[in-house]
Design a protein around this ligand. Structure first.
Ligand SMILES: Cc1ncc(COP(=O)(O)O)c(C=O)c1O
Length: 414
């Protein structure tokens, strides 16, 4: 190989191979804040693939909250939480998050990715078992790999499989197992069978952690998530919530009993060995929580928009069934609506056609989803205008038909 400054021919060849397979990923830049619409290359587009579900990222009060926190507390925390990086604004936000979730305590993390890796590492014990749903988010998968615990991947949403596998691993000297699941699955939009998982965990003396990345702000009373929607508050050992999706800020938290929080402070490596979240992120999240408390109707509008886009897509001939996903686990209030196309090239062609047609709807390919199930992962926000969503559904129907993707009938039959 030549000098590093001349490039890396090995990596270049691999990148070329990815491009040949239709799997090369590229960054696309938004000019200005994220919202129901976004500007790309000077064109204003309808944004249908972000996670800013309540339109809070660009909200004036959220931006002001970030700015005020930076002015009052500085640009960065300057250290990890345990050294000298715990600021009053972190504690204030943790207090508010615990109140929001109805838990004893909360602990901030720099991102949802870090929260999952930290929680699984701290609660998944060496010599024990960590059980993870087959379609859990990559951050959970990575956390399980790092934990050193025995990895048990149960079939997607299949609590009976989990029950059976945990029974086979019971032993008097084994520490409690850890079961972790997405509450709302990020690429499929279905909801975990939380009541059954609570029962299974109780039967086996296992701890249960629910990742509410796409539940917080979207489901349940006041947007308190899938656990609250299922009436299971107080029944799970820890909730992982993100601040960077419906709450329009950045970072994440674990809401749990103080015993769990104290354990995480002592054992979660992504807290111990990482600089504390920036004050601006905490300030933005505090402001977002205040808006959500004051305007719970945002959650109602989000639900209405989620139901509307599903209906309109179906009316436009777009199939919404996802291979391997049970229809009875899809809550129409969930703002994630996957439109499975199949092949990577066709998916990206549909995405490009929509871009030309004024809609930003990114295609999702392996390794994020299984080969052959590439999809347009459509998301709505409470701030989308229903008329624009109706119009978008027709354009999506046209794009899918143009690339020869499956229509409703074909996908529904899988
Ligand atoms: C289910 C789930 N968990 C965790 C994360 C990671 O959260 P963050 O983006 O804050 O790192 C994501 C987002 O990508 C997610 O979809």
């Amino acid at each position: 190989m030549g000098r590093p400054a001349d490039g890396d021919p090995v990596l270049r060849a691999r990148l070329d191979a990815l491009a040949d397979d239709g799997l090369l990923r590229r960054l696309r830049t938004l000019e200005g804040p994220v919202g129901p619409r976004a500007t790309v290359d000077g064109r204003e587009l309808l944004l249908l693939c972000g996670n800013d579900y309540l339109g809070l990222a660009g909200h004036r009060e959220v931006r002001e909250g970030a700015a005020a926190a930076a002015l009052a507390h500085g640009g960065g925390a300057g250290s990890s939480r345990l050294i000298s990086g715990t600021l009053t604004i972190h504690e204030q936000l943790e207090h508010e998050l615990a109140a929001f979730e109805g838990t004893d305590a909360a602990l901030l993390f720099g991102a949802g990715y870090l929260a999952n890796v930290g929680v699984v590492g701290a609660l998944g014990e060496r010599g024990g078992v960590v059980a993870s749903d087959a379609l859990n988010h990559a951050s959970i998968i990575d956390g399980v790999r790092l934990s050193g615990a025995e990895r048990l991947v149960y079939r997607h949403g299949d609590w009976e499989h989990l029950d059976h596998e945990l029974a086979a691993r019971r032993g008097p000297s084994r520490p409690p197992a850890l079961v972790i699941t997405d509450g709302v699955f990020s690429m499929d939009g279905d909801v975990a069978p939380l009541a059954e998982l609570v029962e299974v965990c109780r039967r086996h003396g296992a701890r249960l952690v629910v990742d509410e990345a796409h539940g917080t702000g979207c489901l349940g009373p006041g947007g308190r998530g899938a656990v609250a929607a299922a009436g299971l508050e107080g029944e799970v050992d820890a909730i992982v919530g993100t601040l960077g999706k419906a709450l329009g800020a950045s970072g994440a938290y674990v809401a749990a009993h103080r015993d769990v929080r104290d354990w995480l402070v002592n054992r979660a490596r992504t807290v111990i060995f990482s600089t504390a979240p920036a004050p601006a992120a905490a300030g933005a999240a505090l402001a977002a929580l205040a808006v959500l408390r004051r305007e719970p109707e945002r959650v109602d509008r989000l639900r209405a928009n989620a139901a509307l886009i599903r209906d309109e897509l179906r009316a436009a001939g777009v199939g919404l069934a996802v291979p391997g996903i049970r229809a009875d686990r899809v809550d129409p209030a969930v703002p994630i609506v996957p439109v499975v196309v199949g092949a990577a090239e066709a998916t990206m062609a549909a995405s490009e056609q929509l871009l030309a047609d004024g809609i930003y709807l990114q295609g999702i390919r392996p390794p994020t989803v299984a080969a052959g199930t590439c999809r347009l992962r459509l998301t709505v926000s409470s701030e989308h205008d229903p008329a624009q969503l109706r119009d978008a559904a027709h354009r999506i129907g046209r794009a899918i038909a143009t690339v020869g993707g499956p229509t409703g009938e074909v996908v529904a039959a899988t």
